[in-house]
Design a protein around this ligand. Structure first.
Ligand code: DQA
Length: 154
């Protein structure tokens, strides 16, 4: 975070197992690695004039701490909570508590997969959900946050 006060700041949070992207179930998640995705997002963010920070953790509590610490620093969260999407009332409550607009994303189309993935306990407290577009899900979320955020932030 180095930008000016008026720059839109967005935190991109990735949950468990997403550090394995590139080699993890490539038929489902593709071969793009998380550093690749972050590089692409960074390039796009520079063009859009916003600042990104990235964090990945395999631990529920660390993700919750990151959401708490985002208060007052970030205007948007882009969150791929991995399997915590389907189970974590604690992450759900953290998003609700900090009141930072959060975009839920997934590489895969969770609605076309196993039944346990169809429900997101996070969706009710998120602005919306983007899923099924592979690495591009992240870029679509960034585009939304940058456009909407800049409108409200200026
Ligand atoms: C995921 C979908 C989740 O169901 C799964 O547990 C993940 C990745 C996705 O990006 O498609 O870890 O969030």
């Amino acid at each position: 975070m180095k930008g000016e006060v008026n720059t839109l700041h967005i935190l991109v949070l990735n949950g468990p197992n997403l550090n394995l992207l590139g080699t993890r179930n490539p038929e489902v998640y593709g071969t793009t690695t998380l550093p690749d995705i972050q590089r692409q997002m960074q390039e796009r963010a520079e063009a859009l004039g916003c600042e990104l920070d990235f964090m990945q953790s395999n631990h529920e509590g660390a993700l919750i701490d990151a959401i708490h610490n985002a208060r007052g620093k970030y205007q948007y969260l882009i969150l791929n909570a991995g399997a915590y999407t389907h189970t974590s009332y604690a992450i759900r409550d953290a998003i609700e508590a900090v009141e930072i607009p959060t975009i839920e994303i997934h590489l895969s189309n969770i609605h076309a997969r196993e039944a346990f993935r169809h429900e997101s306990v996070l969706a009710p407290v998120c602005v919306g959900q983007i899923c099924g577009f592979g690495a591009m899900s992240y870029m679509l979320a960034l585009q939304y946050a940058a456009e909407m955020g800049q409108q409200h932030h200026e």
